[in-house]
Write a protein that binds this ligand. Structure first.
Ligand SMILES: [Zn+2]
Length: 241
């Protein structure tokens, strides 16, 4: 029992040092993040999951460029293998790329540490091969927080970031509903979730997201909110190196 405690303590210390060496300023290590600073800040972050997927990711990038909005893309490794040039394009436009696992497996909840480490490492490798930088932010598939996934995220240099509000654009919906969900009650510090791609088992396209995006951005700006990347909102490093 004592050796178990000692072993666990050592693992926590080593994990902490590993992360500290990646991001010395980060005091959020080990926590799950749902939002950025509250209070006077009027900053919010738009995040897009499940890409890259042609042609939707490109259409989202077109809208963001036209409206001069920075965003964060949580990419799936398998989709990068198919549409990797869209990751290049997002990165070249100044957007942040995060890790959304290799396979986005729905049964990942059944899997253990080695599986999750591979899921995270394979995707981080794929992103690094494309843009020369290794992601430091991780969003679990479907937002399911699994102990093994969280531990694997820590040990591979990632901070787990969820969201405050979601557009629910992964199901059948309308642009008006998406705009309403993401703008009506949004306040400074919120992290907003939309989709720019289709996960491997997904059936719904993000076409409705593309249609809604301009009104979402204008609605947020109309409330006096400023759109920033996730690393800027949270005050942490977006890449490991
Ligand atoms: Zn997803």
């Amino acid at each position: 029992m004592i050796s178990w405690w000692l072993g666990t303590g050592a693992a926590v210390v080593v994990g902490g040092l590993t992360w500290a060496s990646v991001s010395p300023r980060n005091s959020l290590w080990g926590k799950v993040i749902w939002h950025g600073p509250r209070g006077d800040s009027q900053r919010v972050a738009l995040t897009f999951d499940d890409g890259p997927t042609a042609p939707y990711t490109g259409q989202v990038l077109d809208e963001l460029a036209a409206l001069h909005v920075p965003a964060t893309f949580f990419a799936i490794g398998r989709n990068i293998a198919r549409d990797g040039e869209l990751i290049d394009r997002a990165h070249a436009a100044g957007h942040l790329i995060g890790n959304h696992t290799q396979d986005h497996a729905h049964l990942g909840i059944m899997r253990r540490g080695d599986y999750w480490k591979r899921q995270l490492t394979d995707t981080a490798d794929a992103i690094e091969r494309r843009i020369g930088q290794r992601p430091a932010l991780f969003r679990p598939p479907m937002g399911v927080r699994i102990w093994h996934a969280m531990q694997a995220a820590k040990s591979t240099g990632h901070v787990t970031v969820m969201w405050t509000r979601r557009g629910l654009d992964g199901v059948s919906t309308t642009p008006g509903r998406i705009v309403d969900r993401l703008t009506r009650h949004t306040v400074g510090g919120d992290i907003l979730l939309l989709h720019d791609g289709i996960e491997p088992k997904g059936r719904t396209t993000p076409a409705v997201t593309v249609t809604a995006l301009r009104a979402v951005i204008e609605g947020l700006r109309g409330r006096g909110l400023e759109l920033v990347q996730l690393d800027e909102l949270l005050g942490i490093q977006g890449y490991q190196r």
